[in-house]
Write a protein that binds this ligand. Sequence first.
Ligand SMILES: NC(=O)c1ccc[n+]([C@@H]2O[C@H](COP(=O)([O-])OP(=O)(O)OC[C@H]3O[C@@H](n4cnc5c(N)ncnc54)[C@H](O)[C@@H]3O)[C@@H](O)[C@H]2O)c1
Ligand SMILES: O=P(O)(O)OC[C@@H](O)[C@@H](O)[C@H](O)[C@H](O)CO
Length: 495
Amino acid sequence: MTTIMSRKVLHAEQAAAGVRLANSKVKVLQIGEGNFLRGFVDWMLHECRKQGLYDGAVAVTQPRPGGKPKIDALAEQDGLYTLVIRGLERGERVERTEVIQVFGQAFDPYSNWNAFLSLAESPDLEVVVSNTTEAGLVYRPEALVEGQPIQSYPGKLTQLLYRRFTYFSGDPGRGLVCLPCELLERNGDELRDCVLRYSGDWGYPEAFKQWVREHNRFLNSLVDRIVTGYPDAAQADAWFSEWGYSDPMLTTAEPYHFWAIEAEPELERLLPLRAAGLNVHWVEDLKPYQLRKVRILNGAHTLMTPLGLLHGIPQVREAMEHPALGRLVRDTVEKEIIPSLPIAAEELASYAEAVYERFLNPYIFHRLADIAMNSLSKFKVRLLPSLLHYADGGQSLPQGLLQGLAGLLRYYKIERVDEGFKGYTLAGESYMVRDDASQLDAIAAVWSEAKSGSWPLEQTVARLLGLGDIWGRDLAAGQPKLAAQLAEIIDEMEA
Ligand SMILES: NC(=O)c1ccc[n+]([C@@H]2O[C@H](COP(=O)([O-])OP(=O)(O)OC[C@H]3O[C@@H](n4cnc5c(N)ncnc54)[C@H](O)[C@@H]3O)[C@@H](O)[C@H]2O)c1
Ligand SMILES: O=P(O)(O)OC[C@@H](O)[C@@H](O)[C@H](O)[C@H](O)CO
């Protein structure tokens, strides 16, 4: 039987770092056990620690009950896991394997709610990082029950801050720096607003709200790195036999990394990220970085994913290499998305070139099926604004973006089955769609009605465009030809 990753498998130098970690105080609370944080923030802190620039440890917890198996696995592995960074760097192939040693604690906040809250009483705690996806950084009203864990991430943070406020009697010097990494515009502002809403709901005093506002920081930031998670089984097995241990928490990532944080560089005293040579930027205005990345990189992913999956293309690189789909992605980015952005076109064009190169990274396998999760909310934030730029400007809607929307509607041609929501590729292969259940219900109901009423496709599309809860508005309003245009594209796809 293969040995599983733990302190026992470390070689002498790594083991020495492990001893240093055991003596480190927890300075960071991490809400999120997912691949991204482990391939990005934790790797960065590991780099800082390796260079002797940082002596803090991280306490990691999961934001929802479903994350428990990974937290348990991390705890069983003494908080250790392997990260493999693979790709091209200045044209050269690189493959670096690191055992990331930053987790001083890994615990389930649902069965250890007190352990979670007692972190608030630590004078060493300075920073809270999170990544709970766009679905996790939301305000969802919840009753406060003494001794019971709060479900939502912002609600948990509110409780933690309130305990800190009362424990340190509102000491202004005990505020925390919160660094949400969720891909939401102005994620820090959003988190602060959620905390203040919960504080209102739970009747916390004005003095607490003032302390939250004035003595805690909620930083807006934008992260960028393609973290591809656990590799395919053959690759994992090959590495495990080379290393002599297996690691269920193994994750993989590209070499490229970028983090823009809207704050003053003096915060390096808490997080010496630039000092460690990392591609981190303390910036005054995050907006251009946000727009550039979400609309171009994530927009391109969101465009290629349903179309790629419908055509049986499994991963990003193959989508980019596909003569028709690759061309569509590049044309849409260059002729439709870039002109819709209020940033110098040459700068965006060179960013786009760099993105294509990252997509074509021959050493990583970025599954479209992974990117497909929650495609509705991704489309709304990442691709739809580009389309609305034309629609709201009274211009005709460009072909590439229309293809993207048509692809999404066709990918979400679903029916409810016991296991969830099922769709079929153009070749008739079945797949399951993972997204917000109530939105999927609404979509499946339209397709089901359309089937029993033998509606023409244009009528079905019009009904789907009218699902304002999904898109944020009725997409057909003011666009009398849109349903027909999309129906024609879907018909052509299926021909
Ligand atoms: N993987 C990447 O390349 C990458 C790069 C940049 C940004 N991101 C962002 O990171 C997010 C997570 O990606 P990942 O690769 O770590 O995925 P993952 O599936 O490994 O982790 C998802 C994390 O979000 C939590 N989560 C999921 N749904 C939630 C919900 N409804 N409420 C609260 N928490 C929830 C999970 O518990 C887990 O901690 C993505 O949504 C994306 O916005 C990912
Ligand atoms: O991580 P998601 O699922 O929100 O989005 C899928 C990809 O677009 C995303 O992970 C990018 O690879 C990433 O944002 C690059 O920094």
